[in-house]
Design a protein around this ligand. Structure first.
Ligand SMILES: [Fe+2]
Length: 369
């Protein structure tokens, strides 16, 4: 992709040599003189829809990666060609993913340091998070509410009816099976919420038991496998909206969604899976037969050794995982062996993406493609 000037017009040239003229108004909206944009916050001081729609380029020249333009309304501005190209060709963090299964050789892991949130290391960690859908921090201080500081150092914690954070340990009369010692099959968290929490953080404060292994599955990887091998079953999982429901003494939460949700380009956007909470709609018998077959298959795949990784969270480990992409679970454990105590909380994708872009600007980096 490059930009050149052809007969006083700014033209974008694609790698396949298809050229198109960039609209002068598009460029004019990006002019950032002191009168046009507040230098403290990069926000426009005017409404661009009120500009002359027929604005033209009066004069233009290119010099050493700088594009100088004078518009017919008298505004002059010098653009960085690389900035324009970056905007045109940019990729979102979530587009840069690596699908994985149980053959994943090395889990993305980083040793935590107190100032990590402001470093280039954090930028790389966040990139790994988007590539793999999870990352493990080692040696995070084992303090009761450290996870709250941790979450708020990336972005902003998302409180729910479980509180700002929640304690994952075995308790009597639990309002969720997470707070028991039984095995939890692979699931995504809280598909009954609107919106569904994006990222889950789990901080291990105590782990004295032999069992209680954590499991992770790349839901996108399983979905792509289904798309390739079982087209019809894949299709019905992407078309059928299931109701998820959570019931507690003072609240009933519900939301609908596909087990595999696609975006407008048929790319996988989000997976939902929680066998404890799902209510399939009363479809016609023939259709439900296919749906149940598909759900059984995806359940088997999520639980299979082909896709699942299993590891022990040690005291001080903090697992950060994408709840829209990964499924997580744990094996059962015996409470008589000792303590197993995890603190959890949620943050939004806004937090990680915002932090990533902030660090990108701070260190003059561009998102690696
Ligand atoms: Fe969970």
């Amino acid at each position: 992709m490059k930009i050149k000037i052809v007969e006083n017009n700014v033209v974008l040239v694609s790698p396949s040599n298809e050229n198109f003229e960039i609209h002068p108004l598009w460029l004019r909206e990006r002019a950032k003189t002191e009168n046009l944009v507040d230098k403290h916050n990069d926000q426009r001081l005017y409404d661009p829809s009120q500009l002359n729609q027929n604005i033209k380029i009066k004069k233009t020249s290119m010099n050493n990666g700088h594009l100088n333009i004078e518009f017919t309304d008298g505004i002059k501005f010098e653009y960085e060609v690389n900035d324009l190209l970056y905007e045109i060709d940019r990729k979102e963090p979530a587009e840069n993913i690596i699908l994985w299964d149980s053959n994943l050789k090395k889990k993305p892991t980083i040793v935590f340091e107190k100032e990590i949130f402001e470093t280039k290391v954090m930028y790389n960690v966040l990139q790994d998070f988007y590539k793999y859908g999870f990352v493990i921090f080692k040696n995070v201080p084992v303090e009761e509410n450290y996870i709250v500081n941790f979450a708020n150092s990336i972005g902003t914690i998302r409180p729910t009816n479980f509180g700002e954070s929640f304690s994952v340990k075995s308790v009597p009369e639990p309002n969720d099976l997470a707070y028991t010692s039984i095995a939890l099959t692979p699931h995504t968290d809280n598909p009954y919420r609107k919106p569904i929490p994006c990222i889950q953080l789990l901080h291990c404060l105590e782990n004295e038991v032999k069992g209680g292994f954590s499991t992770l599955v790349d839901g996108f990887s399983v979905s792509e496998y289904l798309r390739k091998k079982h087209k019809d079953l894949f299709k019905i999982l992407t078309k059928t909206k299931v109701r998820f429901r959570f019931v507690d003494k003072t609240i009933i939460l519900e939301n609908w969604g596909e087990l595999i949700e696609l975006d407008d380009n048929n790319k996988i956007k989000q997976v939902r899976y929680s066998t404890r909470l799902d209510y399939v709609p009363a479809l016609e018998k023939k259709e439900l037969k296919i749906f149940y077959e598909a759900r059984k298959l995806i359940s088997d795949l999520y639980a299979s050794s082909k896709f699942e990784i299993k590891f022990r969270l040690e005291r001080g480990d903090l697992l950060m995982m994408d709840n829209h992409r990964l499924l997580h679970g744990r094996t059962s454990y015996d409470v008589s062996e000792g303590k197993r105590y995890l603190k959890g909380c949620y943050i939004d994708h806004d937090s990680t993406e915002g932090k990533l872009r902030y660090l990108e600007r701070k260190f003059g980096l561009k998102w690696k493609k």
